[in-house]
Design a protein around this ligand. Structure first.
Ligand code: SF4
Length: 717
């Protein structure tokens, strides 16, 4: 008789990739994930998935997984398998030794927007509430911190006021520094569908390249890198000149506009056209489409954020919404797209060097006191923590002697990779908590701790529209892998007594992810993101919910929750939104005779970050199958180079060999390389080898979007 087919089950979870936060149904037989489909009930995607999400099941094999802890006491020996209790003991002993000798600021955590909110919460509490340092930062610093700073500077809180439903209502959508066709595909599909239903909708895209998103636009403004602010200022100039401002709304709900009005008075489209490299008439058209639209929405992402003036980029774009009163209404507002699946959750729990739980600020003494009370500790330290780039510079300088890295790959993803690698090589003790065995960072790890990943994890994430979704395990943890929050908890419990803090057992008493979520929710009481009305039980019964969701809130869609600031009241000291006059900087690095090309970086449609997961799936190479540099035909011809030829690409920091590809999407003088390719493909550190580490002074986000480069014929051995 034929063997019975194993029973099929489906588990509801969310996609592991981008910040759209699509719901997925994981099909499995209890031992193996066999398929995935979009969750028709999830409000982020209503059953749709992009190519990455639809192939998640193909990335779920164990072939590249880290399945048990490994340790080496000295760098001269290989790592060997070790028991979990010995691994946690070694970590606690080594951290305690360094803290005793050099103080708590000699250790650091570097975590990830791939982690769940519960994971983030426990790591953050372990550093700020137990160790007594603020040296915890995240790879979200590389993608979202400028948007956070821009929201806080203008609207008073880190709260994207919009939602995906706004795509259906907007008459004009302005997408700046984002390529959602590739990076947020399901969201962009919704925009395309809205446009197909309402052909009068105008789509404006601001991007140096003619991306797929730009190709779908009614107006593409191919600005030169770093010049976006000048474009937004000139648009404001036109709105002012042509009487399209909402002066009554500005007077009633904002402050600081007169300074910005004076600032843009001379910044005409003709002036901006020179700087931005686009037509003055096109700037006027963009401004009129924005000003005349009953509902206008802006979207932005890394193209604005990853800049030395990323915060100003955001505040200048937000000013367009405020100056026309187009915020808090359907189809209106400034909408920052989040890159990673849980960049928002990390911000909510304050898992960054300058934040505290529930959008509190470390620099605010009252906020520190509140958190100390909530956690039941004496005090939260007031010394500012180190942000991502600063943290690894401090490691390199020998000031930070132990770093714990969770679910991220700084040896590939940070700029100035040679310096990051030097830092990791010199660091006294490196812990890497990872699901995958051989990332670029793995060779530097003294202790590797196997973590669970997509399909195995239990917790929550928050997507770009402030919607909290449950993540559920379909399968048990493989090998000896453990949940990230549990690893952090066990470490905290073991470390506490060694650093004179036996209260660690009480502070980290959680036995289930749900208990961590409940504590996190309690910290939000009375805050802008109040979620005291949410629980796993409610999310399981009613599905994903947007915040705020205070105690007593009803599950039915609530207008005040769907989009924020409908009443024109903002969470600033006087309730008014603020205009900010931006600075004059363009890019950190200028092109010159030696490095005459502008390099921009971005994403491919079918790959994700450093490819630890997406790189396992053969069909995801069908779109682009190798690392390449895209250029205008003239830039190759003038150098005697040819389409398809291998070329040497050099910046002031390093060089790579890449295949040159002529692209009709590139302006003359500009080049593009996707950010995903790392050691496995390039045989070297990865594309970020070329990028510098200049930071936005407010957000501390590095300028990963631009470098000056040159290309030459590759001389191969
Ligand atoms: Fe996943 Fe983003 Fe694609 Fe949705 S759009 S399936 S969240 S990668």
């Amino acid at each position: 008789t034929p063997a019975l087919a194993p029973p099929r089950h489906e588990t509801r979870a969310t996609c592991a990739y981008c910040g759209v936060g699509c719901g997925v149904m994981i099909e499995h037989d209890g031992t193996r994930i066999t398929a995935v489909r979009g969750d028709p009930a999830h409000p982020a995607n209503f059953g749709q998935l992009c190519t990455k999400g639809a192939s998640l099941h193909l990335s779920a094999g164990l072939d590249t997984r880290l399945l048990y802890p490994e340790y080496r006491a000295t760098r001269t020996e290989p790592r060997r398998r070790i028991r979990w209790d010995a691994a946690i003991d070694a970590a606690a002993r080594r951290f305690a030794g360094i803290i005793a000798a050099h103080g708590p600021d000699a250790v650091a955590f570097y975590i990830s927007g791939q982690l769940l909110t519960e994971d983030y919460y426990v790591f953050n509490k372990a550093m700020k509430g137990l160790i007594g340092s603020n040296n915890i930062d995240t790879n979200s610093r590389l993608c979202m911190s400028s948007a956070v700073a821009a929201y806080k500077a203008t609207l008073g809180a880190d709260a994207p006021p919009c939602c995906y439903e706004d795509f259906d209502h907007a008459d004009t959508i302005l997408i700046a520094g984002a390529n959602p066709s590739y990076a947020h595909p399901v969201a962009f599909r919704r925009i395309e569908e809205a446009k197909a239903r309402r052909p009068q909708m105008r789509l404006i895209v601001v991007d140096p390249r003619r991306t797929d998103t730009a190709a779908a636009a009614d107006l593409h403004l191919a600005v030169l890198p770093g010049t976006d602010i000048r474009l937004f200022e000139a648009m404001l100039h036109v709105l002012l000149r042509e009487g399209m401002l909402d002066e009554a709304w500005i007077a009633a709900h904002t402050e600081g506009f007169e300074a910005l009005r004076a600032h843009v008075a001379e910044l005409s489209p003709a002036v901006a056209a020179e700087v931005c490299g686009v037509g003055a008439d096109d700037i006027v058209t963009a401004a009129r489409w924005w000003g005349q639209a009953p509902a206008a929405l802006s979207l932005w992402c890394q193209g604005l954020n990853q800049s030395i003036h990323g915060t100003d980029n955001g505040t200048a774009l937000i000013a367009l919404s405020l100056a026309t009163g187009k915020i808090g209404r359907p189809g209106c507002g400034p909408f920052s797209l989040t890159g990673q699946p849980n960049a928002m959750g990390g911000r909510e729990v304050g898992g960054l060097a300058n934040l505290l739980p529930a959008h509190r600020d470390l620099a605010n003494p009252a906020h520190r006191a509140e958190v100390a009370r909530l956690w039941g500790i004496d005090r939260v330290p007031d010394t500012p923590g180190l942000s991502a780039v600063e943290l690894f510079e401090a490691v390199r300088a020998g000031k930070v002697k132990a770093v714990w890295i969770a679910c991220t790959n700084p040896a590939q993803s940070l700029p100035e990779q040679a310096r990051v690698r030097e830092a990791l090589a010199a660091c006294e003790f490196v812990v890497l908590q990872e699901a995958f065995r051989s990332t670029e960072t793995a060779p530097f790890a003294d202790l590797m701790l196997p973590a669970t990943t997509w399909g195995e994890k239990d917790g929550t994430v928050t997507n770009s529209e402030r919607r909290i979704s449950r993540v559920r395990p379909a399968l048990p943890a493989p090998g000896e892998a453990r949940a990230d929050w549990r690893i952090a908890r066990d470490f905290a419990r073991a470390l506490g007594p060694r650093i004179g803090k036996p209260q660690a057992a009480r502070l980290f008493a959680y036995e289930r992810a749900e208990e961590v979520f409940a504590e996190h929710a309690a910290t939000t009481a009375g805050r802008d993101l109040d979620i005291t009305g949410l629980s796993y039980a409610l999310l399981d019964a009613a599905g994903p919910q947007q915040w705020p969701f205070p105690a007593g809130a009803r599950v039915e869609e609530d207008a005040a929750r769907v989009r924020l600031y409908a009443d024109g009241c903002f969470p600033t000291a006087n309730g008014r939104a603020r205009f900010v006059v931006p600075g004059r900087a363009l890019t950190a690095e200028k092109i010159d005779a030696r490095y005459p090309l502008h390099l921009t970086t971005g994403r491919l449609r079918d790959q994700w970050h450093g490819m630890s997961r997406s790189g396992k799936v053969a069909r995801l190479y069908g779109h682009v199958d190798e690392a390449r540099i895209e250029l205008h035909a003239d830039d190759l011809a003038v150098r005697g180079l040819h389409d398809g030829e291998l070329v040497r690409v050099a910046s002031r920091r390093g060089e790579l060999v890449l295949r040159a590809v002529v692209s009709p999407d590139m302006r003359k003088g500009q080049a593009f390389v996707a950010m995903h390719w790392g050691r496995k493909v390039l045989g070297s550190a990865g594309v970020n080898l070329l990028l510098g580490a200049d930071l936005d002074p407010l957000s501390k986000q590095p300028e990963l979007k631009h470098a000056a480069i040159r290309i030459d014929k590759a001389v191969l051995p």
